[in-house]
Design a binder for this molecule. Structure first.
Ligand SMILES: Nc1nc2c(ncn2[C@@H]2O[C@H](COP(=O)(O)OP(=O)(O)O)[C@@H](O)[C@H]2O)c(=O)[nH]1
Ligand SMILES: [Mg+2]
Length: 309
């Protein structure tokens, strides 16, 4: 699929956030050329409404004000371009695509996140993504909390002819993933994608379970898991920051995937996430189809938010 159509999908997916950020603003800009306090205030309101977050918004506004003072930003069009540059600058250090090291066999990716964040769907899309790159993939049904979760993964595996290692609901997820690692090794599999539960009886139980999963994975391969990917629902806005902190403190994250950006006007949360931690943003999800999970590219993301057509 050509890159242009991927970009169109990204733009389509981000349309609600784009409207939130720049919808009213472009009307305002059309009406005036000069930068004044009212224009700056309006811009600030739009950033906040798109969930860019107070701290990040404040920093952006300070930089824009400084640019205005230094006479680098002299009219509303330059202000907008200044904003665009800043947004790209915030995101660019987080553009670090997940590269599968084929010397690590299997390359173990642990998917974590709260219930409904999009872990299993993202896992399925990633399995296809790497299969299409010619890599062999296996899945581990580490969400053993509900029978439906195991079945969801098995159904996905059957449909797409990917092996799924699963046990019955209630089984020890660490044991399921440990077995999957042996099976993957025996079959010379490149990538093992391990699902996990997003909800247990308590949040403490969940974190303890995930810690055990990581410990047991390390028994099978001390260099694993090679990626601990936190899947976040983009629609939760600023709560995402809290979730990153919590999961990172418990198990140490190595990357983020932000899903459901198509269903929300809160896509600005990426800027808050980027400004407040160093984690790579690996993927963004902008819909249900396979092409709607995209490798994160900072400039594309910002362009998709700015360009009206
Ligand atoms: N619109 C949209 N829906 C998504 C996206 N990613 C996941 N979903 C949906 O979110 C719901 C929960 O996903 P699931 O993978 O089961 O979440 P899990 O509990 O974390 O495993 C499902 O209905 C998915 O189809 C996305 O990028 N866009
Ligand atoms: Mg799931």
């Amino acid at each position: 699929m050509p890159v242009t159509s991927l970009f169109q999908r990204l733009k389509q997916g981000l349309s609600r956030t784009r409207q939130q950020l720049f919808g009213g603003l472009s009307d305002l800009l059309r009406g005036k050329k000069q930068i004044d306090a009212e224009l700056l205030e309006e811009l600030e309101t739009h950033l906040l409404a798109a969930d860019v977050g107070t701290a990040t918004t404040q920093k952006i506004m300070e930089n824009l004000a400084a640019g205005t003072k230094r006479a680098e930003l002299n009219d509303s069009e330059q202000l907008l371009q200044g904003l665009r540059r800043q947004l790209i600058q915030i995101l660019t250090p987080h553009e670090q695509p997940l590269i599968i090291d084929t010397n690590k066999k299997p390359f173990v990716i642990l998917m974590v996140g709260i219930n409904g964040a999009g872990k299993t769907t993202t896992l399925g899309k990633l399995a296809k993504h790497w299969q299409e790159e010619g890599k062999s993939v296996m899945l581990a049904a580490g969400d053993t909390f509900r029978a439906a979760a195991v079945e969801q993964l098995q159904a996905w595996g059957e449909r797409n002819k990917v092996s799924v290692i699963a046990q019955q609901a209630g089984a020890d997820p660490a044991a399921v993933i440990f077995d999957a690692m042996s099976a993957a090794r025996a079959r010379n599999i490149d990538v093992l994608l391990a699902d996990t539960a997003g909800r247990l009886h308590t949040q403490d139980n969940l974190m303890a379970e995930l810690q055990k999963v990581v410990r047991v994975i390390k028994k099978a391969d001390p260099s694993a898991p090679h990626e601990i990917l936190l899947v976040l629902d983009g629609g939760i806005g600023q709560n995402a920051l809290q979730q990153v902190k919590q999961f990172d403190a418990a198990i140490g994250l190595t990357g983020l995937a932000i899903t459901k950006l198509d269903g929300t006007a809160k896509g600005g949360v990426l800027f808050a996430l980027a400004a407040q931690n160093k984690l790579p943003i690996r993927f963004v999800g902008v819909g249900e189809a396979i092409d709607d999970l995209q490798v994160f590219k900072a400039e594309d993301f910002v362009s998709a938010m700015f360009d009206a057509n």
